[in-house]
Design a protein around this ligand. Structure first.
Ligand SMILES: [Zn+2]
Ligand SMILES: [Zn+2]
Length: 391
């Protein structure tokens, strides 16, 4: 088994991992676009022979989840190479991409590419010639996100993708690894938070309690978060119910929540009965009873915000977007009021969770990915390497 990290060992996002069996079968895990970073405007060009340039020789691409820094280069890949995603993740990705098509951000050609994606089921083994891939669902800010166990040449490799253990599904991560993965030869592990100090993140449940308090104290509440951050939206939804507030969003957001509700058996994701999509007929009841409304950085949200000048605005996504050094700073200033409450918790594993994963799967080697401080893995007391032949 041979592993090459084309990108991602010293940066957050934009990850592409190549795995090749001794027989020459090649697959890739994730085809991520670089995250928009500080003062960076150039187009993201990644040239991987056999994947995005030259004669295609990758047999398949497996995508851990629908965040752009893991799937954003799907339209740069040779169309002969099949792209696999989790079934639910794929449906949410399609709703989002159709929205981007309407806004002319992507093309009809891109949608055709997406229509050809293949999907996999939780824990269902997929054989690509002599390589076997098993997907395990994990806790992350993207819904239906996966780790992959890759087996070939008698070796076992675990690719964590992005994960955390402090969200609604977090408790299942370690027991799943204990039951199905255990000892691996190689662990490719995300280390997003390892460049920050070792702080213990707020759990989604703690965030829910905090949001509940704010909603009870304030009549009109706007909360900004990504439309596909389903677990956060579930947290806010539960807090809004406890505070007896009307839960409002736009039609597109409602379509996503309706889909999640339809495929989920968990009470956490039962949105549909009490989610209202905004139109001006709702103003009467919003004015009378107060509300919690999901908003994003667009003019529809801004217009509604202007109608309710007496409001609490909660910012519930990455703080970096509000940094003056960041390319999106000016844009965000237009939509995020100076007076806002910051209420957010990371979608990524903290130090102890990563350490727990290492101790559970006991890798012979660790390849750090999706982080700016790979050296931090040294402390996990296991050998760290970069690209490597696993013998
Ligand atoms: Zn990521
Ligand atoms: Zn992610």
């Amino acid at each position: 088994m041979k592993v090459i990290i084309h990108r991602g060992t010293h940066q957050i996002g934009g990850c592409i991992t190549e795995i090749e069996s001794n027989k020459g079968t090649k697959i890739a895990i994730d085809i991520g676009k670089n995250l928009p970073s500080i003062n960076e405007k150039e187009e993201d060009k990644i040239e991987v022979e056999g994947l995005s340039v030259g004669v295609p020789d990758f047999k398949a691409i497996f995508v851990t989840h629908y965040h752009g820094d893991h799937i954003g280069l799907y339209n740069k890949i040779n169309p002969k190479i099949p792209i696999y995603m989790g079934e639910i993740s794929y449906q949410i990705f399609k709703i989002l991409q159709n929205r981007l098509l309407q806004a002319k951000i992507i093309s009809d050609e891109d949608i055709k590419t997406i229509e050809n994606f293949k999907t996999f089921k939780v824990k269902e083994k997929i054989k690509i010639d002599d390589i076997t891939i098993t997907p395990f669902q994990v806790d992350h800010s993207a819904f239906d996100a996966y780790m992959f166990l890759v087996e070939c040449d008698g070796k076992r490799l675990l690719h964590t993708g992005d994960f955390r253990t402090h969200g609604q599904r977090g408790k299942a991560v370690i027991p799943t690894l204990e039951k199905y993965v255990k000892n691996v030869d190689c662990l490719i592990c995300e280390g997003t938070t390892l460049s920050r100090k070792k702080e213990v993140p707020m759990t989604e449940f703690e965030l829910q309690k905090e949001a509940e308090k704010i909603f009870k104290e304030n009549k009109n509440n706007f909360i900004m978060c990504s439309s596909t951050k389903i677990d956060r939206i579930a947290t806010i939804h539960k807090a809004s119910i406890s505070a007896h507030k009307l839960f409002v969003c736009d039609e597109y957001q409602k379509e996503i929540l309706k889909y999640v509700d339809s495929i989920s058996r968990s009470y956490l994701y039962k949105f549909n009965r009490n989610v209202y999509s905004y139109d001006k007929n709702l103003d009467n009841i919003m004015n009378k009873n107060g509300f919690v409304m999901l908003v994003r950085d667009n003019y529809l949200s801004k217009n509604i915000l202007n109608k309710y000048p007496n409001n609490k605005f909660i910012y519930s996504q990455w703080e970096g977007y509000l940094n003056p050094k960041f390319t999106l700073y000016k844009h965000m200033q237009e939509f995020v009021p100076k007076e806002h409450i910051y209420l957010h918790t990371s979608g990524h594993a903290d130090y102890m969770s990563i350490k727990n994963v290492c101790e559970t799967v006991k890798p012979k080697i660790i390849i750090p990915i999706h982080g700016e401080n790979p050296e931090a893995f040294e402390e996990m007391r296991t050998k760290r390497i970069n690209n490597k032949n696993i013998k």
